[in-house]
Design a binder for this molecule. Structure first.
Ligand SMILES: Nc1ncnc2c1ncn2[C@@H]1O[C@H](COP(=O)(O)OP(=O)(O)OP(=O)(O)O)[C@@H](O)[C@H]1O
Ligand SMILES: [Mg+2]
Length: 365
């Protein structure tokens, strides 16, 4: 799907009308853990003030929304308390795969008329009852000599948004900004890398259950896609290959050792799963290639916990025929002294969405 730049401004919460730079903390609520990132803007750029992460049980987040409110609220509270976070306003995100985006054409009309018509038009293309969604729209451009306009309709199920805002409120915090994870990744890129005009860059974020793909041209998102595959699939393949429990397989995958014994064959064991993930990514990227044939991707940055699967990064590069490297989500940040450098180096890839969220502010353009 095609997404224009204004989406960087999305704020699905719309609850806090005050613009203030201080007191924001980013929470990326994922299916395996919650990530917390606090950053501040300063004259020389962004300063990373706090980071933290706590695991969630596999039942906490399901089908793109918070399923077990209690455990998520408690985990947020403990992240905030253990790290001594004073900020009360939260920047968070819904998963991009939970957002419905449709482009429609309408006869050219004024803003008020459009405002009155848009709901009716949306009923034809949004596969959800409008009572159940938060709907937003944006005029993209005019076509056919100005007689028609292209309008982007965006809908997110209320149920999904509410599941996230409720846990934030439940933890005694204010959901100030609700972004979409794709755009957090775009912000992460912008904060850390120099944007070259006309350069096409792919951002691939592989979590525990999902993979998000975002293609940027000149730093702006032009294509997004997602796959229902992530680290759990790698772990399951090890359960089969080694005939061990899920927890043991997870430990081998992350540490490289099983019961104190190093598995030198780990990369080989994980290879079939890497191949199948590469194949799925390649298929999604070919959709992008289909709409922009002449604009090949120059570089791909990989992030998310599963970016660290041994051999995956190299194999992706081979299969996609594009240089693939691990992202550095805090490359452009000044890092506060209290942050343990080893911990940050170890967890930076997992914090990529959090990094992008942490620098969002109300009223951003
Ligand atoms: N060193 C490592 N090697 C391989 N895999 C790892 C490593 N560290 C973490 N992972 C995997 O990364 C995944 C967690 O990544 P991440 O925190 O980005 O996901 P999430 O945000 O919780 O999930 P999602 O976004 O899919 O809902 C887990 O599957 C975990 O096993
Ligand atoms: Mg995630």
């Amino acid at each position: 799907m095609n997404i224009p730049a204004f989406w960087k401004n999305i704020n699905l919460a719309g609850l806090n009308p005050f613009r203030k730079e201080e007191g924001f903390v980013a929470l990326d609520i994922g299916s395996s853990s919650i990530k917390m990132v606090e950053a501040a803007g300063e004259k020389t750029g962004y300063r990373l003030v706090n980071v933290g992460m706590l695991p969630l049980p596999p039942t906490a987040v399901q089908n793109n929304m918070v399923a077990d409110t209690d455990v998520v609220v408690k985990t947020i509270q403990s992240l905030i308390e253990t790290n001594g976070i004073k900020a009360k306003r939260v920047i968070s995100a819904v998963p991009g795969r939970a957002v419905i985006i449709k482009k429609i054409q309408l006869p050219a009309q004024g803003q008020e008329e459009l405002e009155a018509n848009v709901e009716f038009e949306a009923t034809n293309v949004i596969p959800e009852s409008l009572e159940n969604v938060n709907l937003d729209y944006q005029v993209l451009n005019y076509v056919e000599d100005g007689s028609k306009m292209e309008v982007l309709l965006v809908a997110v199920k209320k149920e999904i948004i509410n599941s996230y805002t409720q846990v934030i409120q439940g933890a005694g915090l204010t959901p100030a900004i609700m972004d979409v994870d794709y755009f957090a990744m775009e912000n992460m890129y912008e904060a850390n890398y120099e944007i070259q005009p006309d350069t096409v860059v792919g951002l691939i974020h592989i979590g525990a259950r999902y993979t998000s793909i975002n293609v940027l041209k000149s730093g702006v998102s032009t294509f997004t896609g997602d796959l229902q595959v992530g680290g759990e699939a790698f772990t399951e393949s090890l359960v089969q290959a080694l005939q061990v429990s899920y927890d043991q397989a997870e430990t081998v995958k992350v540490t490289g050792s099983l019961e104190g014994k190093k598995r030198d064959d780990l990369e080989e064991l994980l290879k079939p799963s890497c191949e199948s993930v590469a194949e799925e990514i390649s298929r999604t990227l070919s959709l992008y290639a289909g709409m922009a044939a002449e604009e090949g991707i120059h570089n791909i940055y990989l992030s998310g916990g599963s970016a660290k699967v041994p051999g995956l990064c190299a194999l992706l590069g081979e299969r996609l025929g594009v240089p693939v490297q691990l992202a550095e989500p805090f490359r452009g940040f000044n890092v506060a002294k209290n942050i343990d450098k080893d911990y940050l180096a170890e967890s930076a890839l997992v914090l990529a969405v959090g990094a992008g969220l942490s620098i969002r502010r109300l009223g951003d353009k």
